[in-house]
Design a protein around this ligand. Structure first.
Ligand code: SDX
Length: 376
């Protein structure tokens, strides 16, 4: 028997939700190329596609959006909880802690029941953005901003974050970045979610556990680290030395590399195009200039190892243009990934098999207990 570290390349499930070709840089959701969805669709429609396996009819879509709008508001007890917890609580911990409590407001408790799949999806898609935005306002010492049902999904989130209704083009770009975060086959957080649901725990427990996995800097936590990494560099002329020193210290460049993509992450390409447009609209920010120069320089050293920018590298710059605080970057990633996590949970329990891998034991046997007083 061999140990397959990190299960690299080991299939643990059959799935028809999304497909990645890591050599060609291809990503498809339910067989539709990500570029076509970004061009023509929106995050809520893509969420429906991922979870239910088909694009919704007009009637299905209108009901889905309306049900989510009915779920935007937070219970006053949740808001009080947000106001009472320490302000030093990390936003990903806030999300991980509150999501299981949202199940209290969902009457559909049976994880095998389709009603639970639908109600948990609309409940989480409705409330997670409000939790993130409310937490930001509370950290600022301000009253949370109530959701505005007259706005579309992305507009409402950005409005709750800032108090201003965003320009349509900006909120559309943001909505498209949510599409790009929505799903990515069996990554660490999605694997976590299906392991949890394989015990027949409910979708709220699965999503809360997935948020925990996503928070790590090797996974979803990288976007925030990219922001801090780029801000460590004071001048464009220091970029090459910064990169060489990091590589010499065998440190990982945040926002670069991927277990599957051994070419440019197609999502990073699209977000980089959004940045080009944003720089035309708002001018080239210092962070934007650094990121472009950083990418060009880092590829000189990493391209031969097939290490390219991933989704997190340019997302950090995109969110900084929108003046979103870096601690919210990964919670926004989580908000975007909810449909992917729930799609896999729904698919996996159809033919559920409790996950129970094995190990190769390399410890001792027949070792005897030593009383405390004899241990020196
Ligand atoms: C996400 O899985 C998904 O789909 C995730 C995700 C999703 O949508 O769910 O795409 C989201 O998590 C994107 C990745 C975000 N993480 C980062 O940006 C953190 C920095 N990246 C690395 O830690 C790394 O690239 C990983 C963890 C993402 C992938 O690493 P691998 O494929 O496991 O590669 P490895 O750790 O075995 O390293 C192989 C070699 C090593 O060099 P040697 O020891 O062989 O000399 O490549 C080097 C590594 O040092 N390497 C890097 C590097 N990534 C790999 N060197 C410098 N910088 C990097 N970023």
């Amino acid at each position: 028997m061999n140990v397959y570290a990190g299960l690299t390349g080991i299939p643990v499930v059959k799935s028809s939700i999304s497909y990645i070709d890591g050599q060609k840089g291809i990503l498809e959701y339910r067989g539709i190329p990500i570029e076509e969805l970004v061009e023509n669709s929106n995050f809520l429609e893509v969420s429906y596609l991922l979870v239910f396996g088909k694009l919704p009819t007009k009637k299905e879509y209108e009901k889905f959006v309306s049900d989510i709008k009915e779920n935007l508001e937070l219970n006053q007890g949740i808001i009080k909880f947000l106001k009472d917890i320490p302000k030093t609580t990390y936003p990903m911990k806030v999300l991980q802690g509150i999501i299981p409590i949202l199940s209290a407001f969902d009457e559909n408790k049976e994880v095998l029941d389709e009603k639970h799949h639908y109600s948990s999806l609309v409940n989480l898609l409705g409330k997670v953005p409000t939790i993130i935005a409310n937490w930001k306002k509370i950290l600022e010492g301000k009253e949370p901003i109530n959701p505005d049902k007259t706005l579309d999904y992305a507009q409402n989130f950005l409005y709750m974050l800032t108090g201003e209704i965003p320009e349509k083009e900006i909120s559309q770009m943001f909505d498209k970045t949510l599409i790009l975060h929505a799903e990515h086959t069996i990554n660490a957080s999605t694997f976590t979610a299906i392991v949890v649901v394989s015990t027949l725990a409910d979708f709220y427990s699965a999503v809360s556990s997935a948020v925990g996995a996503l928070s790590g800097k090797l996974h979803g936590g990288a976007n925030e680290k990219v922001f801090y990494m780029l801000n460590q560099i004071k001048d464009l002329n220091q970029i090459e030395e910064f990169i060489v020193n990091k590589l010499n210290r065998k440190e990982r460049i945040m926002g670069f590399g991927h277990r599957i993509y051994k070419t440019y992450d197609p999502r990073a390409k699209i977000i980089k195009n959004f940045l080009t447009r944003l720089s035309q609209l708002k001018g080239e920010s210092e962070l934007y200039k650094k990121a472009i120069k950083f990418e060009e320089t880092a590829l000189k050293y990493l391209k031969d190892k097939k290490i390219y920018p991933n989704i997190d590298f340019f997302t950090a710059v995109f969110y900084s243009y929108l003046k979103i605080p870096p601690q919210l970057y990964t919670p926004i990633f989580a908000m975007g990934r909810i449909p992917g996590w729930l799609a896999h949970c729904k698919e996996y329990i159809k033919e559920n098999k409790l996950f129970r891998p094995t190990q190769i034991y390399d410890g001792g046997h027949n070792i005897h207990y030593i009383p405390l007083e004899k241990r020196g």
